[in-house]
Design a protein around this ligand. Structure first.
Ligand code: CP
Length: 305
């Protein structure tokens, strides 16, 4: 039987997405289930992470599996020059599943093509972050009661933000409308605008983060300007604080609006937003646990009832 991987949100149909979200609901009702007893899961993080790594590791622990791996590649033999191919081949000897974050776009696809173990992409450069997209979709469905016909306002670093890139693809099955808010330097790349055009998805681009935009939103998806992706740090300094959401900016927003952010934040959401009932980013990260439990079961083809 062919090995299953989760490399990109592209590979999932609408039915696949709904199945993963439905299963995540079962885990939200009861996260502790001994479905991974006797299995070893590797987490290989070549880039820093708090939520993705710890929620995947919590998911494995709550499912009764064992974890191996590293959170800092400088402690692995990649620091001695070992190739990704050799690392994946070795870890494939030990683990039943590899969850990997890597700074190179395409690294997860490459690892999956080696077919040494099922691969879950936990983020590859500025490219894709499919498990984040699934937890975002879970959060949207949970807060809106539907995935369909939502207006999603994406704000900040739309150029390098892999979470917004993946979310456009993930939502494309569900008749979204997008408003992209960014400075010129961080505009949504043309390939994603073309994707919207080809799929008949309406969108608007603007530099202005104001009440006209915010008051149309069902979901306000804030993002961090990612210092680590800039080649020119002067450019980063110019754009890093360009948009800051404050509580008063939500005063005319829709009742069903929820503010999402993949986190970490570094200043783009003021602390005074945290107590607003429309702030949902902490629960969003919690939903990552249930969604990642579901993803692990999807890739390992484990039945959950
Ligand atoms: N959202 C997200 O990927 O967070 P971490 O970088 O902390 O994993």
């Amino acid at each position: 039987m062919a090995m299953k991987h989760l490399v990109s949100i592209h590979q999932l149909s609408a039915d696949d997405i709904v199945r993963i979200l439905d299963r995540a609901e079962l885990f939200e009702q009861c996260p502790n289930r001994k479905l991974l007893e006797g299995r070893v899961i590797a987490t290989l993080f070549f880039e820093p992470s708090t939520r993705t790594r710890l929620s995947f590791e919590t998911a494995v622990n709550r499912l009764g599996g064992r974890i191996i791996g590293f959170s800092d590649a400088s402690t692995s033999s990649s620091a001695k020059g070992e190739t990704l191919k050799d690392t994946i081949s070795m870890v494939g000897n030990y683990a039943d599943l590899i969850i990997m974050r890597h700074y190179l776009e395409g690294a997860a696809l490459y690892a999956s093509e080696l077919n040494r173990a099922p691969i879950v992409n936990a983020g590859d450069g500025a490219n894709q972050h499919p498990s984040q997209t699934l937890l975002d979709l879970y959060s949207i469905r949970k807060t809106q009661g539907t995935l369909f016909d939502r207006t999603i306002v994406m704000v900040g670093d739309l150029k390098y933000g892999r979470t917004v890139h993946s979310l456009i693809h993930g939502l494309s099955h569900f008749r979204p409308r997008f408003i992209f808010v960014s400075p010129d330097e961080l505009r949504m790349p043309q390939e994603y605008l073309d994707f919207c055009d080809v799929h008949g998805i309406p969108y608007e681009e603007t530099r202005d983060f104001d009440s006209r935009v915010i008051n149309q939103a069902d979901i306000l998806y804030m993002t961090r300007v990612q210092r680590e992706r800039f080649v020119d740090l002067e450019e980063y300094e110019r754009v890093k604080n360009v948009y800051v959401l404050t509580n008063d900016m939500l005063s005319g927003s829709k009742d069903n609006l929820r503010v999402l952010h993949p986190l970490p934040r570094v200043g783009e959401i003021a602390q005074d937003v945290d107590d607003n009932p429309k702030a949902y980013y902490v629960q969003q990260a919690q939903n990552g646990l249930y969604t990642r439990q579901s993803i692990i079961c999807e890739v390992l083809e484990i039945e959950v009832s």
